[in-house]
Design a binder for this molecule. Structure first.
Ligand SMILES: Cc1cc2nc3c(=O)[nH]c(=O)nc-3n(C[C@H](O)[C@H](O)[C@H](O)COP(=O)(O)OP(=O)(O)OC[C@H]3O[C@@H](n4cnc5c(N)ncnc54)[C@H](O)[C@@H]3O)c2cc1C
Length: 379
C-alpha cells in the first residue's frame, strides 16, 4: 500500500493550488463580504476544463477519477468554499447524466457542461424533505410525451447563475417508495424564485427556494428510468465533494494558524513557542491528515468500482467536523483579530458550519455508517 499521489495527481493538484493562490485567495474575502458571484473564477475554471474534471474526455472533459476530483475540490475549497460547492454540485448533475442518461442526452449536455457553458444545479431538497427526501411533495405527471411539474425546491445552490436544475419529483404513489421518484433536467427559466436567504456563510453563491407551476418538460428531459431517480443517487460518487470541501477548509485554517502563531509575539516570544499553542497546531494537522486520508480512501474505492457507502459516510462525518473544529481553533489562536474580517478564519468557521448540515446532516451519515458496521460484523 502506498499513500503517495501519482505524478499526474500531484501535477493536477499543484495546477489547482497555484490557480487558487493566484486567482481565488486574493478575491475571496471581498467576494464573501460583497456577496458577489465569482463569475470570472468560473470562466477561468471552465477554460481549463476543471469544470469538467470528471466528465469523460470523449465529451470534452478531463476524464479524471474521483481521487483527482477530491484533490481539485480540496484546493478550491481552501480558497473559497462556495467555488468548490458550485463545481461539486455541477459535476454531480453531470455524473447523473453520464451514468443514467441516454447517449443523446450525454452528447447534448456533457460537452457544454465540461466547459461550464451549461451549468447544472441540484434540486432535491424541499421544505418538508430535508433529511428524508422521500417526503418530497413536487410531482411530475405524464401528459402525452410531456411531463407536467408542480411543487418547489429549496436550497438550490447556484440557482441564480445556473442553466438547468436536476429536479427530483414524484412520478408514482407513496406505496412504491423509493421507486416513485424521477429526475428531470428543467431549465431555470421555468422556475419562480421565492426566497433568496441571507445565510451565515457561503455568501457568494446563493441557494434559494424556487417553485414550479404547471411546468411542461419534454420526455427526453427525464434522466434515467422513470421512478428510479432517487434510488440511482445511492450509487453516485461525486458526493465526495462534501468531505473534500471540509479538508480544504481544515487545511486553510491550519496554514493560516501556523503563519499567524509563528509571527505573533507575546511574552517576548512567538506564541507558537508556547507548548499549549503548538500542541493545538499539531492537533489541527492531525485532523487534516485524518480527514484527507478518509476522503481519498472513499474516492479511491469509488474509482476501483467498490461500494464506498461506509467509507463515504465516515469521511463526511470526520472531514466536515474537522473543518468546524480547525476553523474554531484557528479563530481562538488568532485572538481578537481572528474575530474580525481582517483575517479569513471567521469566514472559514461560517463556511465550515454548512458542511455538517448539507449533503445530508452528519447524524444521518452516522446512521448509514453504523448500519454498515453492524452489517459487516453480523453479515
Ligand atoms: C446553504 C445550503 C445549500 C444547500 N444546497 C443544496 C442543493 O444544492 N441541493 C439540495 O437539494 N439541497 C441543498 N441543501 C439542503 C441540505 O442538503 C439540507 O439542508 C439537509 O439535507 C438537511 O435538511 P434540513 O435542512 O431540512 O434539516 P432537517 O431534515 O429538518 O434536520 C434538522 C436537524 O435534525 C437533525 N437530524 C436529522 N436527521 C437526523 C437523524 N436521523 N438522527 C438524528 N438527528 C437528525 C440534524 O441535526 C439536522 O441538522 C442545502 C442546504 C443549505 C443550508
Amino acid at each position: 500500500m502506498r499513500f503517495d499521489l501519482t505524478e499526474d495527481q500531484r501535477a493536477l493538484r499543484d495546477e489547482v493550488r497555484v490557480f487558487t493562490k493566484e486567482e481565488i485567495e486574493p478575491k475571496a474575502r471581498d467576494l464573501d463580504r460583497e456577496e458577489e458571484y465569482p463569475s470570472t473564477i468560473f470562466d477561468e475554471l471552465g477554460e481549463r476544463r476543471l469544470t469538467g474534471v470528471t466528465i469523460p474526455e470523449e465529451y470534452g472533459g478531463r476524464g479524471e477519477g474521483f481521487v483527482e476530483f477530491a484533490l481539485v475540490i480540496e484546493e478550491l475549497s481552501a480558497g473559497l468554499m462556495s467555488v468548490a460547492s458550485t463545481i461539486g454540485l455541477h459535476l454531480g448533475v453531470a455524473e447523473v447524466v453520464e451514468r443514467f442518461g441516454t447517449e443523446v442526452q450525454r452528447e447534448d449536455f456533457l460537452p457544454e457542461m465540461a466547459s461550464f457553458n451549461t451549468v447544472g444545479a441540484l434540486g432535491l431538497s424541499e421544505a418538508n424533505a430535508g433529511s428524508n427526501k422521500l417526503e418530497m411533495e413536487t410531482t411530475a405527471e405524464r401528459d402525452g410525451d410531456e411531463w407536467v411539474l408542480n411543487g418547489h425546491k429549496q436550497w438550490v445552490t447556484n440557482f441564480l447563475d445556473t442553466d438547468y436544475v436536476l429536479t427530483y419529483a414524484k412520478t408514482g404513489p407513496d406505496e412504491d417508495a423509493p421507486h416513485n421518484i424521477s429526475a428531470f433536467l428543467v431549465p431555470t427559466d421555468d422556475f419562480e424564485v421565492e426566497t433568496v436567504w441571507e445565510t451565515l456563510g457561503a455568501n457568494s453563491v446563493k441557494s434559494p427556494r424556487v417553485s414550479l407551476s404547471d411546468v411542461r418538460v419534454p420526455d427526453d428531459r427525464l434522466i434515467g428510468e422513470e421512478g428510479e431517480g432517487y434510488v440511482q443517487r445511492g450509487g453516485l460518487h461525486t458526493g465526495v465533494n462534501v468531505p473534500a470541501r471540509g479538508v480544504g477548509i481544515a487545511r486553510a485554517a491550519l496554514e493560516d494558524t501556523v503563519a499567524y502563531t509563528s509571527s505573533r509575539e507575546q511574552y517576548g516570544q512567538h506564541i507558537s513557542d508556547l507548548q499549549g499553542v503548538s500542541w493545538e497546531v499539531g492537533k489541527m494537522a492531525e485532523r487534516v491528515d485524518t480527514a484527507r486520508l478518509l476522503t481519498l480512501r472513499a474516492a479511491d474505492r469509488a474509482d476501483r468500482g467498490h461500494d464506498a457507502t461506509r467509507e463515504f459516510s465516515m469521511a463526511k462525518i470526520n472531514a466536515t467536523q474537522a473543518a468546524v473544529d480547525n476553523a474554531n481553533k484557528a479563530m481562538q489562536l488568532h485572538g481578537g483579530i481572528g474575530y474580525t474580517t481582517e483575517h479569513d478564519v471567521e469566514r472559514y468557521l461560517r463556511d465550515a458550519k454548512l458542511l455538517t448540515i448539507a449533503g445530508g446532516p452528519n447524524e444521518g451519515h452516522k446512521n448509514t455508517l453504523s448500519e454498515a458496521v453492524f452489517e459487516q460484523y453480523e453479515g
